[in-house]
Design a protein around this ligand. Structure first.
Ligand code: ZN
Length: 279
């Protein structure tokens, strides 16, 4: 096992890599450094031919509180890393740099992880809020503990959903609208019923059940798994997923710019109460 302060990289069984969010004191809130470390871990697992299945897990009682809203000077943090995508303008003025940043570390990273040509399984306990969804939705399978709760609370902050706008594909159009409009919690049972979650298991069995599932899948041909994943992803893409998500991303940026003009901040501060952000 090797580790950084923010991400652990484990090999709990042959052919299995387990990447663990390791910022439990902050409820695995995602700052720039955590996201780049997570991307490096995904790259490592993706490029290792000894790894067939990748598990994404999280330490602590909650999977992720979403973006770390306490991080300031986002662009300086971003420039401290070597960018992964080919977008440019990170030193631009107006909306250019802020949009470039979100394209790189939110939409870009999540899309990149979604297309890793190996099965990925998200292992989710406790709360998974907003930006947390952008870590689990790119995974092929999601296994949740009975206490798992999911929320996209961005609408409370004047933003029409997280940057990786997979809501209609994850929940279906009408449930996705209700969930976004109300910013209500989605329970593990409801997420399972709607197809967003594959399995719900007792909390104390979560890690073992995910590892068992990963080991079963890892017995299959890695090449056949790769092709099967690509075929199903292509079916979603043939429905216009990429174009629809791009439009949603642009709308998201428009909402940020609107909030800057109206509130002087990229989000409506009325939505950032501790009760909302860290329930
Ligand atoms: Zn944003």
């Amino acid at each position: 096992m090797t580790e950084t302060s923010l991400i652990l990289y484990e090999t709990p069984a042959p052919r299995i890599a387990r990447i663990v969010l390791n910022r439990p004191g902050k409820r695995n809130a995602q700052d720039t450094a955590l996201l780049y470390a997570l991307n490096e871990a995904f790259d490592r697992a993706a490029r290792d031919d000894e790894v067939t299945v990748i598990v994404l897990a999280a330490n602590g009682p909650h999977f992720s509180a979403g973006h770390d809203l306490s991080e300031t000077d986002h662009l300086a943090h971003l420039r401290a890393h070597r960018q992964v995508g080919t977008w440019s303008g990170f030193a631009g003025i107006g909306a250019e740099a802020t949009t470039a940043r979100e394209r790189e570390i939110y939409l870009g990273f999540s899309e990149r992880w979604r297309n890793i040509p190996k099965p990925t399984i998200a292992q989710v306990q406790g709360k998974c809020i907003a930006g947390g969804l952008m870590l689990i939705w790119p995974c092929d399978l999601i296994v949740a503990s009975e206490d798992a709760l999911f929320q996209d609370n961005t609408l409370l902050m004047g933003i029409p959903g997280v940057e990786f706008f997979a809501h209609p594909w994850e929940l279906g159009a009408r449930p996705a609208k209700e969930w976004l409009f109300t910013a209500d919690w989605l329970t593990a049972a409801d997420a399972h019923r709607r197809g967003m979650v594959n399995r719900v298991v007792p909390n104390e069995r979560l890690e073992a059940e995910v590892l068992s599932l990963a080991q079963r899948i890892a017995e299959r041909s890695p090449y056949a798994l790769k092709l099967a994943k690509e075929a199903i992803n292509a079916a979603q893409d043939a429905q216009g997923r990429v174009s629809a998500m791009h439009l949603a991303f642009v709308s998201h940026q428009l909402a940020h710019s609107h909030c800057v003009q109206v509130h002087g901040l990229p989000i409506d501060p009325a939505g950032i109460s501790p009760a909302v952000r860290r329930p």
